[in-house]
Design a protein around this ligand. Structure first.
Ligand code: UDX
Length: 432
């Protein structure tokens, strides 16, 4: 099929590349000319496992192209995916200006009937608004079918999540969309994974899924505080809980809490929607508050056990989660900002995210970014692990044993406490 994807961020580029790889002709549109130039030569502006090779191969096979030009790109298009950003405004409501601008450009340049799939995360009711918005803008007698098709892509795993989805949600009231959807996704998911709902249900499924996952994390983190207090073991607690298949084991890893561009934004978006319509709700706001408390809780562990402005600290992990270079709403960055004025120097290491972290930590002059996680270890009085990058699982205890204090604060419970203590370290996890 002839597909256009609007927006080349995490969601748009992964969607476009994977659809091109499974046989569609895909053209990406973006307003950022610099970004388009980089993409045409295979420069991906963010780290996503496996994406670069897919993009390079599809560009070479001419099944994937990039342009800023709507009228050329929309020629004979059969399906359009809207993957533009909906970043939160100051009041927490999603900014829909990029969505409106894209719809206006589509209306001005479209020459044939088309199905529009909104992949951007938008508050429930927005697709209905968008459908009416574009109908008013379209000057020609064209049939525009509409669907809400939310994404469920985890950063660092987005390509695999797209190719092997748990489910594909298509919210629509238009039979044509069902036919087009089956054609688009025929090489990606069997029909039993293609779930058709109303538009509003699809919009809510997205917010509800993210908010529920965030709630799971906040819940186990509160339990980890109780576990700390009573000297229990949160890993045992997780095991005992997760054997109940209604609870399951995923998203029950306690640590510094959740960050990223989605969970915080979607919780706020959901809370706003409830508030806007006077619908009683307390969970989304409570989860946000609980998540912030976890960073305070862990920072007190550090400052309560390492005192002195002459002390130096080693921090491993700056990204909001392991396997990504993204630092948006990173709990690690928030923790560093909270403790940085308590210590003389902070040595900060991350395998992927240093470039992005430097932008977030401008002005924090006592932070030294290092390329080797064992460099300067001798100068440090403790090691803090703040992101669950897999390389931190195999720590060289001999090398970190050269610290002035054999003191570890493990914000992701990534190390084994008994093993660390066997090597002579004082080990503080969260709930272990
Ligand atoms: C999330 C959703 O998982 C995805 O479906 C949606 O489309 C986008 O938002 P993402 O934010 O990329 O994906 O990462 P995710 O793997 O969900 O982790 C989110 C945060 O939760 C990270 O900060 C991670 O460190 C934290 N987390 C995750 C925990 O603290 N404990 C866990 O058990 C799992």
């Amino acid at each position: 099929m002839n597909i256009v994807v609007i927006g080349t961020g995490y969601v748009g580029l992964v969607t476009a590349a994977c659809l091109a790889e499974c046989g569609h002709q895909v053209n990406c549109i973006d307003i950022d000319k610099e970004k388009l130039k980089k993409l045409k030569r295979g420069d991906i502006p963010f780290y996503e496992k496996g994406l670069k090779n897919i993009v390079l191969k599809a560009v070479k096979n001419k099944t994937l192209s990039f342009s800023k030009n709507y009228n050329q790109s929309l020629n004979q298009v059969e399906a359009i995916f809207l993957c533009v950003g909906t970043p939160p405004k100051v009041n927490g409501k999603p900014n829909l200006s990029y969505l409106k601008n894209s719809l206006t450009s589509i209306a001005e340049n479209l020459e044939n009937d088309v199905a529009i799939f909104v992949k951007s995360t938008v508050p429930v009711g927005t697709n209905k608004f968008a459908k009416e918005f574009i109908q008013k803008k379209i000057k020609k007698d064209l049939k525009i079918s509409f669907a809400s098709n939310p994404e469920f892509l985890k950063e660092g795993n987005a390509v695999s999540d797209f190719k092997k989805p748990d489910r594909i949600i298509i919210g629509t009231d238009d039979p044509l969309v069902k036919k087009v959807s089956k054609e688009i996704y025929k090489n990606i998911a069997t029909s039993k994974k293609l779930i058709f709902t109303s538009i509003e249900s699809a919009e809510i499924i997205k917010y509800a899924s993210n908010a529920f996952l965030a709630t799971k994390i906040a819940f186990i983190n509160e339990i980890s505080r109780l576990s700390d207090h009573f000297n229990a073991d949160i890993k045992e607690i997780k095991k005992g809980m997760s054997m109940d298949e209604r609870i399951g084991e995923h998203f029950l890893n306690s640590g510094l809490g959740f960050g990223g561009s989605c969970f915080p934004k979607d919780l706020d978006g959901l809370a706003n929607r409830f508030r806007e319509f006077g619908i009683p709700s307390s969970i989304p706001n409570a989860v946000r508050l609980s998540n912030n408390q976890q960073i305070n809780y862990f920072s007190k562990k550090i400052t309560g056990n390492l005192i002195g402005k002459t002390s130096c600290v080693m921090v491993w992990g700056l990204a909001f989660k392991g396997g990504t270079d993204d630092v948006r709403e990173s709990p690690s960055i928030k923790l560093i900002k909270k403790i940085s004025n308590k210590y003389k120097e902070i040595y900060a290491y991350d395998p992927l995210a240093i470039f992005n972290a430097k932008k977030e930590l401008v002005g924090f002059s006592n932070i030294k970014f290092i390329k080797d996680k064992y460099e300067f270890i001798k100068k440090c009085d403790c090691l803090i692990i703040a992101t669950e990058h897999s390389e931190f699982k195999s720590v060289d205890f001999k090398k970190i044993g050269k610290m002035k204090n054999k003191l570890i604060f493990d914000g992701r419970n990534i190390l084994n406490k008994q093993q660390a203590e066997k090597h002579g370290f004082i080990y503080h996890g969260i709930g272990v």
